[in-house]
Design a protein around this ligand. Structure first.
Ligand SMILES: Cc1cc2nc3c(=O)[nH]c(=O)nc-3n(C[C@H](O)[C@H](O)[C@H](O)COP(=O)(O)OP(=O)(O)OC[C@H]3O[C@@H](n4cnc5c(N)ncnc54)[C@H](O)[C@@H]3O)c2cc1C
Length: 528
């Protein structure tokens, strides 16, 4: 390890990430103290602030948690852990009530009950939403406001975490950088409980709906420390990112198709009815692959909202409307150009029903975790819910099992740290070779590219974290010789009779890379 400029002893838990998962966990921990560390400003940070559709929960009297669990398991294509799906669906209404108590302004019916919308592969209307498509922005703003008012929570932005601190195989804190250039400082935050709430990995792909801070670094850090990673190969591609040449690509929420918007080609012809009985409301992976194949075949694809939504568009979907018009598209009067984009990571740091990971002292919540809820394909609007349910459970576990320390040290005034962006070559290889359709040759090629970039990056820890995550995704995809849910192998199109989750360490991924991309020498977890 290079020179440590400062050591901060956290009194309670250390939470990395200030999206919904990190902020909600901190609020659930209070009055147990926590320090929330994030690269960007709490309240606008991570994918959370960008969520549009809302949160799935059986809050309507005509719905049931059993139906919610059933739909979740059906979408997961044989890989969900049914016990986890049931507990999440059962606890969902209570977590929505928590958000109401914190002040989240959910849309309501005239009688005051929660308004619910319908999304693909849900058998009932069960998505609670805010101001149409502003659920993520409003919930993160609300949680950030409550967290700032809570004396037990300290929020620190402008720190970029690079590595877990381990003693005797136990997590005892993490190293984070702040400042720029020669003024950059390395700070060791020591804590008895470290909670990763670091979000997804979409920005490792060239076409993504995720903010560019979603680079799988938390997963990479955990993997480099030896943590077990679950189902890394399962990346969900959103079918309808708005194709106006922007990085990241703005999203045309699934709720538009829920309202009746149709997918058409450049001649205005629908293609989904010939592919799936639920047409535009088929599971995400089916719709995304259908669009991908249309585009590969030389067609253009559009989401036509004119008839289903028309003049109501600006009022009901203000975020999508603003994105479209900023790109010169008027969705009231013309179809929206769309393309699939990397959107959500079903895989993640393997964690149990209390958010505990395979390394003592580390918990994971939200998108960076893999609890077994999503299986091979996430049901729409189940991800914010997973963050709420496991944030609560991790907080209960930590309050019951972790003793307070004597807090010591003052963090330096944080400055924004400019972490290196994911290399273009990596993003391109992930999109081309580890994307919607995969095969052995392409995946071996991707592992070669990752290995070369890993060596070229030297000991830069942020790059090593990103490369570790990319390698796990590609190696998991290489090892899964079947097609299931979001994972489509053109050389193995059938689905195995028995579904099995992938459980893999970075050492396993290095071995797969070394055996199948022969120019690669394994680069196992290095010290900085
Ligand atoms: C456009 C879009 C729309 C979506 N719509 C929905 C929806 O309607 N419903 C739904 O359920 N889900 C939706 N999702 C998915 C959902 O938003 C995410 O899964 C969820 O918000 C993840 O929350 P999180 O708290 O786990 O991570 P994030 O909100 O991504 O937060 C991650 C945090 O970790 C910090 N961080 C990461 N690495 C580091 C580091 N090295 N150092 C310091 N800080 C770090 C980031 O700065 C950030 O604060 C959508 C996603 C997108 C992109």
């Amino acid at each position: 390890m290079t020179h440590i400029d400062n050591v901060i002893e956290c009194k309670g838990a250390l939470i990395l990430g200030a999206g919904v998962a990190g902020l909600f966990t901190a609020l659930k921990l209070a009055p147990f103290p926590s320090l929330v560390l994030a690269g960007a400003r709490p309240g606008v940070s991570g994918s959370s602030a960008w969520a549009q559709g809302g949160i799935a929960a059986a809050v309507d009297p005509t719905d049931s948690w059993q139906a919610h669990a059933h739909d979740t398991i059906a979408a997961g294509a044989g890989l969900c852990d049914p016990r986890i799906a049931e507990l999440v669906a059962q606890e969902a209404p209570a977590r929505i009530e928590d958000l109401v108590q914190y002040g989240a302004p959910f849309d309501r019916r005239p009688d005051g009950s929660l308004a619910v919308g319908r999304e693909a592969a849900h058998s009932a209307a069960r998505i609670v939403h805010i101001a149409g498509d502003r659920a993520g922005a409003e919930i993160t703003r609300t949680l950030a406001e409550r967290a700032m008012e809570e004396p037990a929570i300290t929020l620190l932005e402008g720190f970029h975490a690079v590595e877990l601190a381990l003693e005797d195989g136990r997590v005892v804190g993490l190293f984070a950088r702040t400042g720029v250039g020669s003024g950059a400082r390395l700070v060791l935050f020591r804590a008895r409980a470290v909670i990763f709430a670091t979000g997804g990995l979409g920005a490792l792909y060239a076409v993504t709906t995720n903010p560019l801070e979603s680079r799988g670094e938390g997963l990479g850090m955990a993997a480099r420390a030896g943590a077990m990673i679950a189902d890394p190969e399962f990346v969900q591609f959103h079918p309808t990112a708005i194709a106006i040449g922007r990085d990241p690509a703005p999203l045309a929420t699934e709720a538009l198709r829920g309202e009746g918007a149709m997918l058409v080609d450049e001649n205005g012809l629908r293609f989904m009815p010939a592919i799936h009985k639920d047409a535009e409301l088929a599971p995400r992976d089916v719709v995304a692959r259908a669009i991908h194949r249309e585009i590969v075949a030389g067609h253009k694809v559009f989401l036509d909202c004119r008839e289903a939504i028309g003049a109501e568009f600006p009022k009901h979907f203000p975020t999508v409307y603003a994105a479209c018009t900023s790109g010169g598209v008027d969705p009231v009067n013309e179809p929206i150009p769309v393309a699939p984009a990397a959107h959500y990571h079903m895989g993640g740091i393997a964690s149990d029903d209390r958010g505990r990971c395979s390394i003592e002292g580390l918990w994971a919540v939200g998108e960076c975790a893999s609890t077994g809820l999503h299986g091979a394909n996430r049901l729409a609007s189940n991800s914010l819910l997973e963050a709420l349910v496991f944030g609560t459970r991790a907080a209960e576990d930590i309050r019951a099992s972790v003793a307070l320390s004597v807090g010591r040290g003052t963090p330096p005034a944080p400055e924004r740290f400019a972490a290196p962006p994911p290399p273009h070559l990596l993003r391109d290889a992930m999109t081309r070779l580890v994307g919607l359709e995969r095969d052995a040759e392409g995946l071996a090629g991707a592992l070669s590219v990752i290995g070369r970039l890993e060596r070229a990056g030297g000991s830069e820890p942020a790059l090593l974290n990103m490369m570790a995550t990319a390698k796990l995704v590609a190696a998991g995809a290489f090892a899964r010789t079947e097609s299931r849910g979001a994972h489509c192998r053109t050389d193995y199109p059938s689905t195995d009779e028995v579904g099995r989750r992938t459980m893999m360490t970075l050492v396993d991924a290095d071995r797969i890379a070394a055996q199948n991309a022969p120019s690669i020498r394994p680069l196992v977890s290095q010290a900085l």
